[in-house]
Design a protein around this ligand. Structure first.
Ligand code: ADP
Ligand code: MG
Length: 156
């Protein structure tokens, strides 16, 4: 599914709408797109909607930020600066539980071969003038089971 997202506030609205249809099981979501595309903006909006309070910082330098959402685990990874795949081991990637956790991964291509199977691939591309084209590609049954999806673009 492709959406046109005209501005940052529409991206935040998309994050709210996605958060509302996430499954109770785990979900592995990858975010693909250039620097500044809006990957962190979207994940931040999802996490805030799920109840993360305070500053949701970009895992640019830490590579991994864990969250506890009322007893449920969420993870936000940004692998842009991953220099050696082994680094992921030291960052506690073995604690990721794709059956139960919500896992958001920016720059998944840098962790190829080390990451759990992807449920939902999100691609964000800059689209003139200033907007973004967002493509949502469910890869598994549990992503396909998320309520659809015309609703995501309503009023944007
Ligand atoms: P990434 O994580 O992909 O590197 P960020 O989310 O950190 O990107 O930054 C995106 C930047 O682009 C922010 O400064 C945001 O204000 C800006 N921006 C402009 N238009 C949009 C849009 N339509 N959606 C998301 N971000 C946008
Ligand atoms: Mg980012």
């Amino acid at each position: 599914m492709k959406l046109y997202i005209p501005d940052e506030s529409a991206m935040i609205t998309l994050g709210c709408r996605l958060a509302a249809v996430l499954p109770d099981s785990g979900l592995v979501v990858t975010l693909h797109g250039d620097l500044g595309a809006g990957k962190t903006t979207l994940v931040r909006a999802i996490l805030r909607t799920l109840g993360v309070t305070g500053h949701v910082r970009s895992p640019t330098y830490t590579l991994v930020e864990p969250y506890d959402i009322g007893g449920r685990r969420a993870w936000h990874l940004d692998l842009y600066r991953l220099s050696d795949p082994e680094e992921l081991e030291f960052l506690g990637i073995r604690d990721l539980d794709p059956a139960n956790d919500l896992i958001f991964i920016e720059w998944p291509e840098r962790g190829r071969g080390l990451l759990p199977p992807i449920d939902l691939a999100i691609d964000i591309a800059v689209a003139e003038p200033g907007g973004r084209k967002v493509t949502l590609s469910p890869q598994t049954k549990r992503a396909e089971a998320m309520p659809h999806q015309g609703q995501f673009s309503r009023g944007m």
